[in-house]
Design a protein around this ligand. Structure first.
Ligand code: F6P
Length: 328
């Protein structure tokens, strides 16, 4: 028989993403619905180590479903990677009579949660929150959809100036290890080329392709580059190469940066966050532990945390082909 859960804790960890607040709200209100207590932990695992907790009731999460960032703040904790750090965290949870922990974050945060469970047998449940969409076991991570809309809006605006000045723009989008943001926004923004870490186009082929586009009558171009793409050392090296090897284009670089992580969550992310929070709390109440909740084939499903961490999300090859055809 699993231990009866009377009190849960929730924290946000790693890079913030739009929808984290909506997920906190959902966790807190699901606890209230089931008459169990909930505490919020500030600054992720840092706050867990320091015992920086706050009791949360249904009313304490009003007015946050539409807010970007995270009211609980976030951090990347070095100390939680040490056994001593995790021992302190465990002590605070026990002292506060907490029976389970919901971690909203990315794969680094889930690795911490898993080790914590293995050392202390403490029940943990993950909610995937990162704009990069690079977590196995869910078609969408929290914040991905909002970031896509933010990036497409930026591409549309840059295209106005690109076409006014007959320019070629390299636009760098986030995605340290994954090209999901670049691929989707490249297609939606009508990019001529999309450069992602999963596929190495090579500088020469890029220039050939841009030259071909010019010959078909294009006077301006957008190339969307994922931050983690390996084609050049960085996007500025890419610009220099194209400057030197292509005539007649005025080349510019735009790095979108952290604005991609902010802003009000989209409708999709708010609904997803609400569903994930309910599933995470109710799974813990059913005695489940070491899982991540995720969206698979439109349903809420559980994936073991170790699989979510180690599994590789594949790039959508069909979308890659669509993007090739669209840039004809
Ligand atoms: O949230 C993931 C991510 O957006 C990556 O794409 C990016 O490399 C990273 O965060 C940068 O985050 P920070 O500046 O917080 O280290």
């Amino acid at each position: 028989m699993p231990k009866l859960i009377k009190k849960l804790a929730v924290l946000t960890s790693g890079g913030d993403s739009p929808g984290m607040n909506a997920a906190i709200r959902s966790v807190v209100r699901t606890c209230a619905y089931h008459n169990i207590q909930c505490i919020g932990v500030y600054r992720g695992y840092e706050g867990l180590i320091e015992g920086d907790f706050k009791e949360m009731d249904a009313r304490s999460v009003r007015g946050i479903i539409n807010k970007g960032g995270t009211i609980l703040k976030s951090a990347r904790s070095k100390e939680f990677r040490t056994k001593e750090g995790r021992q302190k965290a465990h002590k605070h949870l026990i002292e506060n009579n907490v029976d389970g922990l919901v971690v909203i974050g990315g794969d680094g945060s889930f690795t911490g949660a898993l080790i914590f469970n293995q050392e202390f047998g403490f029940p943990v449940m993950g909610i995937p929150g990162t704009i990069d969409n690079d977590i196995f076991g869910t078609s969408h991570t929290l914040g991905f959809d909002t970031a896509l809309n933010t990036v497409v809006d930026a591409i549309d605006k840059i295209r106005d100036t690109a076409s006014s000045h007959n320019r070629l723009f390299f636009i760098e989008v986030m995605g340290r290890d994954a090209g999901h943001i670049a691929l989707n926004t490249g297609v939606a923004g009508g990019a001529e080329e999309i450069l992602i870490p999963e596929e190495d186009l090579g500088m020469e082929r890029l220039v050939d392709s841009l030259n071909r586009s010019r010959k078909t009558g294009k006077t301006s171009s957008i190339v969307v580059v994922a931050e983690g793409d390996k084609i050049g050392k960085n996007i500025f090296e890419l610009k220099d190469y194209v400057d030197q090897n292509m005539e007649g284009y005025d080349v510019r670089v735009s790095v979108l940066g952290h604005m991609q992580r902010g802003g009000p969550p989209s409708c999709f992310d708010r609904v997803l966050a609400s569903r994930m929070g309910v599933k995470a709390v109710e799974s813990l109440l059913e005695g489940k532990t070491n899982f991540m909740v995720g969206l698979l084939n439109s349903k809420m499903e559980l994936t073991p945390l170790d699989k979510a961490i180690k599994g590789k999300t594949k790039i959508n090859l069909e979308l890659l082909r669509v993007s090739d055809i669209m840039s004809t």
